[in-house]
Ligand binder design. Structure first.
Ligand code: HEC
Length: 239
């Protein structure tokens, strides 16, 4: 019954809608709740501007972490993994990180988008909290632009390879302390590369696998392998 209904509907719909309803039919449409209790609560009234944009504030990283998982379970299937659009829906990294961008973001977030009576994007107002909305916003606007690491690609691969070698040496008995200076130098270099990375939204600071690797590389025994893995992930995503 359900199958034949889908089939007869399918015959009368344009291709774009078919692709879309296929996405819907696969059942991954169920919105995922987000626990945002670790962020400050913002109250009933919906704010006009992202309260967590300031990279110097404690809430910045927290919002990004929660926003990453909220984005991946609620938005990525249409807007693309890591905010990189595959063409199905607009690339959210391009929305300007200012009041104008925030207004448009919230309009879509709360109400979704319909065209000729067809839902192109569901509204999230009744499903996710305001805190969740701004956490996702913070995550999206801090993604690096496409070419953010272009000039450092070779160097990042080289650092990654060094980290792998050192992680291997530590795994087979070398003392992490012997590599403390290398760790400090590479940590500094990763931080500098990350600090120079641009966002397409013009948000003041990009957060990425490169910045996470810089934070992870603290010279402790397992930090070499950890930072190396983070770089590998970042480098494969940025290709
Ligand atoms: C079912 C697919 C789908 C899902 C899921 C979805 N969107 Fe969308 N979104 C779209 C489409 C399609 C558009 C373009 C709508 C239009 O303007 O015609 C859009 C537009 C937007 C816009 C406006 C972008 C612009 O440049 O105009 C924002 C902001 C947005 N979505 C945010 C989100 C967020 C945040 C989530 C997750 C909480 C989300 N969307 C989930 C399909 C989706």
């Amino acid at each position: 019954m359900k199958l034949s209904l889908t089939f007869s509907l399918a015959l009368s719909l344009p291709l774009s809608v078919l692709i879309y309803s296929n996405v819907m039919a696969h059942g991954d449409v169920t919105p995922q709740a987000m626990d945002t209790s670790s962020l400050p609560q913002l109250g009933e009234e919906w704010l006009e501007e992202n309260p967590w944009r300031d990279p110097e504030a404690d809430t910045w990283m927290k919002a990004i972490e929660l926003g990453a998982s909220g984005y991946n379970s609620n938005c990525a299937r249409c807007h693309g993994l890591e905010g990189v659009s595959g063409g199905l829906a607009p690339d959210l990294r391009l929305l300007s990180a200012d009041l104008d961008g925030d207004e448009w973001y919230m309009e879509r977030f709360r109400n979704g988008a319909t065209q000729n009576g067809i839902t192109k994007m569901p509204g999230f107002e009744k499903i996710l909290s305001q805190e969740a909305a701004w956490a996702i916003r913070t995550y999206v606007e801090t993604r690096p632009a496409n070419d953010a690491f272009k000039d450092h690609q070779d160097r990042l691969f080289a650092i990654r390879d060094t980290l792998k070698v050192l992680a291997g040496a530590i795994a087979s008995g070398s003392k992490a302390d012997d590599y403390a200076q290398v760790a400090t130098d590479m940590q500094k270099e990763l931080s500098d590369i990350s600090a120079a990375a641009k966002t397409a939204s013009k948000a003041p600071k990009a957060e990425s696998a490169i910045s996470r690797a810089a934070i992870a590389l603290d010279g402790s025994a397992d930090s070499f392998a950890k930072a190396g893995e983070m770089l590998t992930i970042g480098l494969s995503a940025s290709k």
